[in-house]
Design a protein around this ligand. Structure first.
Ligand SMILES: Cc1cc2nc3c(=O)[nH]c(=O)nc-3n(C[C@H](O)[C@H](O)[C@H](O)COP(=O)(O)OP(=O)(O)OC[C@H]3O[C@@H](n4cnc5c(N)ncnc54)[C@H](O)[C@@H]3O)c2cc1C
Length: 381
């Protein structure tokens, strides 16, 4: 059995795959997104989706900052264009952030960042035009009265944003379909190759889709494509659990962070708290231990969170690469093969940029941000 031919097959219907189809379809490419579990059914459908801060040490180089700046610009643009194209409001909004300090050492670290933290702050204040203000304890409590009275001060950052990752991913897939792309529920099991170039993909039911270009956007599962590609993609999946709780009283106005924990009220009225960072391979099971750890961590910042009703507990896997850098570009030695993964804990912020850069590379061979740093060929011995 043979499925119809396409120009480009995209393996994976998370944010990166859906956005790649969106940008390629706008250029007239016939795309098929092959997704085995449904659009946005893994991390892209459950991430909190904070945008605008860059909190990943291993990515703190100019190439990543350039990709993040492009990602932020695209988020603002597509939030508007998707309403026109699909009628879907992706809930992109500005969301200030209050980072709490509980002692002198934490206050100093927030006010006088060192090393990569300093570079990150410079990027946030420059490219992202964030307004960063130090608040004493009383001022911080005026912004969010429920913070722990033991907090000695807080860094208040305005200009940070968030989005509804589930809606965004689905709307991008929908808009891509309106421009001629299709979404197929199936599992890709391998590539058809001939004379050093891609000729198609094989599916689990034994059928095939013939195409000249394949994009591996399979998130933390991208490493499984190494054998098909004949080139290693080394992933180090990073599990993350979150809770959605019912915090009594009005919605929190800022997101509150401290001690590696985060709490913020989404437009659905639920307060999202977490996350965990677990080296657990590809594992999407929720655990009681994580639930306790999250509640303990966030209630140090906001004591009222200790007794809230938990409405939802989610576990997903972040697509982190083995060296924590993006994996973006041509696969060496196999014409027509590309990888677009490795967004790690920043994959929603970076996703639209990863997708646009992939589409640019496929359509014109040139990209608006240099991709050398992200070369998928770097994992070959
Ligand atoms: C708890 C948590 C909180 C997060 N918060 C944020 C945040 O605040 N800000 C931010 O920027 N990022 C955040 N992230 C990270 C972000 O969610 C991810 O980086 C991003 O969603 C990855 O998107 P993706 O498209 O690369 O992968 P995924 O969303 O994992 O999609 C990959 C898809 O490929 C499919 N697939 C795999 N193999 C095959 C195959 N062989 N055939 C067909 N389909 C296949 C899978 O089914 C999956 O749907 C968070 C992640 C977690 C877990």
């Amino acid at each position: 059995m043979s499925a119809p031919a396409a120009d480009v097959v995209i393996v994976g219907g998370g944010l990166v795959g859906a956005a790649t189809a969106y940008f390629l379809a706008r250029e007239g490419a016939r795309c098929v997104v092959v997704e085995r579990d449904g659009i946005a059914s893994h991390a892209s459908g459950f991430a909190y989706a904070a945008l605008g801060t860059f909190d990943e040490e291993g990515m703190a180089d100019d190439a990543h900052f350039a990709a993040a700046a492009l990602g932020m610009r695209l988020h603002r643009e597509i939030a508007d264009s998707l309403v026109e194209e699909t009628g879907v409001n992706v809930e992109f909004r500005e969301r200030p952030e209050l980072s709490l300090a509980f002692d002198e050492r934490e206050s100093e670290a927030l006010q006088l960042p060192q090393g990569w933290e300093r570079k990150r702050r410079a990027w946030e204040m420059g490219d992202q035009r964030h307004a960063v203000t130090w608040l004493d304890a009383d001022e911080a409590r005026r912004v969010e009265p429920r913070i722990n009275p033991a907090a000695v001060g807080a860094l208040y950052t305005e200009g940070t944003c968030d989005v509804n990752a589930l809606r965004l991913t689905r709307a991008l897939a929908m808009a891509a379909e309106q421009n001629g792309a299709s979404v197929l529920t199936a599992e890709v099991t391998g590539l058809i190759r001939d004379a050093g170039r891609v000729r198609g993909v094989t599916l689990q039911d034994g059928s095939a889709i013939h195409c000249g270009t394949v994009v591996i956007a399979a998130g933390p599962w991208s490493g499984e494509a190494s054998d098909w590609l004949g080139a290693p993609i080394r992933m180090q999946p990073w599990k993350g659990q979150m809770l959605r709780v019912r915090l009594p009283g009005p919605p929190m106005r800022p997101s509150v962070v401290g001690g590696g924990c985060f709490a913020s009220t989404k437009p659905d009225g639920l307060t999202w708290v977490g996350p965990t960072f677990e080296d657990a391979g590809i594992d999407e099971t929720v655990t009681d231990a994580a639930r306790r750890q999250i509640i303990e961590g966030v209630s140090r910042n906001i004591p009222a969170l200790a007794d809230c009703a938990v409405v939802m507990h989610t576990a997903c896997v972040r697509p982190l690469s083995a060296d924590r850098k993006l994996v973006l570009g041509r696969i060496p030695g196999l014409e027509g093969a590309y990888a677009a993964t490795g967004g790690g804990r920043l994959g929603i912020m970076l996703g639209p940029a990863m997708a646009l850069l992939t589409a640019e590379l496929i359509v014109s061979g040139k990209t608006s941000v240099p991709l050398d740093e992200f070369d998928p060929g770097r994992f070959a011995e």
